[in-house]
Design a protein around this ligand. Structure first.
Ligand code: PXG
Length: 440
């Protein structure tokens, strides 16, 4: 299996968000991929039930994207990102702006979701400062929120294990309460009907910190990493209303929900709620080349551009912002999504997906199933005294049986590429069902 890896190379690579000791004792390696499948080092095909890490929306190694990257690498490998440009970054920005909601027409490129989040939070504070409201510095996230691993993203994030060793985090940050209450919304199909009022907690934070001290609220429209927490009906529009009332910017972190995961370009369109800023990454290049981006409302961009007569308007950016390979990959990816109608396909498959995953209700260990678009979570009763062990064991056994799922605590997350077939949905759910029935 790990035959081509010796002990030294296994040790040299410090793997991210991984149980290194456990992994290195028994490595799981992919060496190739095509469409819906990975190939392991020992030559087995594994059906991708997670689109990599929620990112390979069009399936693996798609020829148009592969070719665009190869052509670009041979033609223009790199152009300085500051005070110089190359055409494809502009073309991609225009394409992305064509997918974002109406008034969000300006795109800042980053290399990851984490950087997109830090960029968005900096833009939010600077925007208020430029408008003469420098006192608006507080950034509000949400319990169980995941906004990447930068120190700002961690500060508004709400997953304790990601935060606990790294304090003190950014001051002037606070959190809304999380939205998943199994006693009210276990086994909800789509958006739970209970819980819109949870958005009113923002009123409490406004009262606590002062209406004119809050810069922005950032939420994932559907929380992904914490285990697919679907917002209660009406919750997001209520957040929007409260932000409007107090001049607070609303940021949707669409790193997972962007690019068709819910059957619309962005969750914003799916829910009919328009934020001021959207962060994105992952599906923007079908995960072939690292890239993230931030889309901002016209008036935010104009505020920066008007504030400076001649100089640099935003002292922020990355060496690889709008990198030629990422831009080429992004253009080919968006063309592919469009040509194959993949967002519409996700929308059409969603009811079948919902039926399939909810067939796990009543299966051994299952205490909740939730879904939206082509996302779902299956939550398990934790094994006595061994939290997270049961879902991790399910992950290992599914992998051995040729299906890739993802586990986080005792929650199994599913998010296949949008090209998944009905038969493959049955295979993912059927394999998981078999594994759960036999798990201790
Ligand atoms: N925001 C959100 C909403 C995310 O889901 C990030 C920011 C950070 O993106 P980068 O590109 O810096 O990783 C993410 C990333 C999982 C999982 O299995 C989720 C993510 C990454 C890896 C694994 O839940 N989300």
């Amino acid at each position: 299996m790990a035959s081509q890896l010796n002990a030294a190379s296994l040790e040299a690579y410090w793997m991210p968000f991984t149980a290194n000791r456990q992994f290195k004792a028994r490595p799981r390696l992919f060496v190739a991929a095509r469409d819906m499948h990975y190939v392991t080092a020992d030559g087995r095909r594994v059906l991708d039930g997670t689109a990599g890490l929620w990112c390979v929306n069009a399936g693996h190694c798609r020829a148009p994207i592969v070719e665009a990257i190869a052509r670009q690498a041979a033609e223009l490998d790199y152009a300085p990102a500051f005070q110089m440009g190359h055409p494809k970054a502009f073309e991609l920005a225009e394409r992305v702006a064509g997918l974002t909601p109406d008034e969000l027409n300006h795109i800042f490129f980053t290399n990851s979701g984490s950087e997109a989040v830090d960029t968005a939070l900096k833009i939010a504070r600077a925007y208020h400062a430029l408008r003469g409201e420098a006192g608006r510095t507080w950034l509000i996230g949400r319990e169980r929120g995941y906004h990447g691993v930068g120190l700002a993203g961690l500060s508004v994030g709400g997953i304790m294990s990601n935060r606990q060793l790294f304090g003190p985090l950014l001051p002037a940050t606070d959190h809304l309460g999380q939205t998943h209450y199994p006693e009210h919304n276990a086994f909800s199909r789509g958006e739970p009907s209970w819980g819109a009022h949870l958005a009113d907690e923002l009123e409490r934070l406004v009262a606590l910190h002062g209406a004119r001290s809050i810069a922005a609220v950032i939420v994932e429209p559907v929380a992904g990493s914490a285990g697919v927490l679907v917002p209660p009906k009406g919750y997001l529009s209520r957040l929007r209303q409260i932000c409007d009332r107090y001049g607070i910017l609303l940021i949707f972190d669409e790193v997972i929900t962007g690019f068709g995961r819910l059957g619309a370009p962005f969750a914003s369109q799916f829910f009919g709620v328009q934020p001021d800023i959207i962060t994105m990454a992952k599906g923007i290049t079908n995960a072939t080349v690292p890239m993230g981006a931030v889309a901002v409302r016209d008036e935010i961009y104009e505020t920066f551009i008007q504030a400076s007569e001649t100089g640099i308007e935003l002292y922020h950016g990355y060496t690889y912002s709008g990198h030629p390979l990422a831009a080429a990959a992004g253009l080919a990816t968006l063309e592919l999504y469009e040509r194959e109608g993949l967002f519409a396909r996700a929308r059409e498959l969603a009811p079948y997906w919902e039926e399939a995953v909810h067939s796990l209700k009543g299966v051994r260990h299952v205490i909740d199933v939730r879904n939206l678009g082509l996302m779902a979570a299956v939550e398990l009763e934790p094994a006595q005294g061994r939290p997270a062990a049961r879902a991790f064991e399910a992950f290992i056994r599914c992998f051995e049986r040729g299906v890739l799922i993802r586990s986080t605590a005792d929650i199994i997350a599913l998010s296949p590429p949008l090209i998944v077939s009905r038969g493959q949905i049955d295979e993912i759910v059927g394999t998981l069902k078999g594994v759960l029935e036999e798990l201790a």
